[in-house]
Write a protein that binds this ligand. Sequence first.
Ligand SMILES: O=C(O)c1cc(C(=O)O)c2c(n1)C(=O)C(=O)c1cc(C(=O)O)[nH]c1-2
Ligand SMILES: [Ca+2]
Length: 558
Amino acid sequence: TVTDQDIADDAKTTNDVVSYGMGLQGQRFSTLDKLNTETVKNLTPAFVLSYGDEKQRGQEAQPLVHNGKIFVTASYSRVFAADAKTGEEIWQYDHRLPEGIMPCCDVVNRGGALYDNLFIFSTLDAQLVALDQDTGKVVWKEKMEDFKAGYSNTAAPIVVKGMVITGVSGGEFGVVGKVEARDAKTGKLIWSRPTVEGHMGTLNGQDNGITGETNKSWPGDLWKTGGAATWLGGTYDVETDSLFFGTGNPSPWNSHLRPGDNLYSSSVLAINPADGKIKWHYQWTPHDGWDFDGVNEFVSFDLKKDDGTIVKAGGHADRNGFFYVLDRTNGKLINATPFVNKITWAKGINLETGRPEYDDTNRPGAPGSEAKGTSVFSAPSFLGGKNWMPMAYNPGTDLFYIPANEWGMDIWNEPISYKKGAAYLGAGFTIKPLNEDYIGSLRAMDPKTGKIVWEAKNKAPLWGGVLTTAGNLVFTGTPEGYLKAFDAKTGAELWKFQTGSGVVGCPTTWEQDGEQFVAVPSGWGGAVPLWGGEVAKTIKHLNQGGSLWVFKLPKTTS
Ligand SMILES: O=C(O)c1cc(C(=O)O)c2c(n1)C(=O)C(=O)c1cc(C(=O)O)[nH]c1-2
Ligand SMILES: [Ca+2]
């Protein structure tokens, strides 16, 4: 069974992968080096596990591996377990989804958590389900929220100190975001931490003593339906004993309806795992008017300064186009630099105040007496300089590897009022490419200087997670169907394999019986084909799919 110690050691141990992020800090770094810049040319398919012919939608998950079994979630809240070496299926679980679920952006799931003998994951009807690792039978099942109010779940949970901790989706429907901690063995609620200012949290069913909180950063009653969904889950850092959860867009998108900072939307929250209290927060986009969200992973790392000192830092690439380095002990901004070429909404981030310097002419206008406010061209688009797909950090090269995209959008505001279970945007948009030859670009970011060290462009938008290894490799997928490996120092493309459908999943690696394996889901989907406007038209030809590809470096060639 999987213990708290196994989870704490996940980033160091090489024979399994028991947590989303490949370690709770979310670095997605493996110490394995058999597979390296020399040997990667010998990486060979070991097996492919099909998810069946139906339900072929976006496959965004990161697989987990334990005790010779591989576990992966799939579209429509399904889970597959197989022999990690042969791919022979052990069981599959199909959650019976009710009519009327309301995920905003495809029927995706990003993965599960292993704990004890359980595989725990969240579902599109806003439940949390724990399955027996050996049989796939339901051990416990808990409702997190009412899907009819627009709640859904797409995030991978994490397990910290025996608690399963996760968030909710629904920012496009005026839900109230929250982070929940439950007993991982029973599913019983321990604490709940709402992410919109004004709402109170609970600990063991009691008010958790959060005092002095008002709804002052919101006008009138808008905080009651303020969004800030925690739809990407979180990370955990043992050194500061903090959970880091990002929060999504404030609801509605039309920012003129809600003057103020709209806390804690589009922010990162450092949360005490003992009681759910917020230790500090940093807001990436105060008064977000572009659906920039702020959920993207906050990755703890040691920032090595020139004078030899080490700062306990965290890195974050926001949808708004800036890469941030914060002091993770207190949330103070250390640096913020663009990781995309074009940013229109702000001139920069002020290092003194920690706030953006807005360009007010580039905020979409208020709908006045007309039904539609002034439209502006905004970059990045709301699909982001980087969306949900996780970056990776390599402590050997000291670089972050960011799956970035270059695009913009026409965006305008419209009047809107809240109606339970209905879209709550008050905005319209058309996404457009900025360049003819590429949208995606895998970028190596030096967190000390804020400079891009190398980039590898891709025609279609990048929508898959990144993995980096001590073998000086960086892996990521493309919508065109490839899993690719790059040299972590130079960005040179060293290997690629065509999986038959777009790769928007998260690659992972482990070692079994002396051989190094790499696994990645394949299956095109997610938000781009649904919301991508003019960009979506350019990639209409991409085929859907649903499978798990596993590769290995055969013993004789390592
Ligand atoms: O505010 C929210 O609750 C919410 C949820 C999700 C989701 O759960 O997938 C996405 C978004 N927002 C979003 O803005 C977005 O661009 C997005 C892309 C994707 C995807 O999986 O491709 N999900 C989501
Ligand atoms: Ca959103």
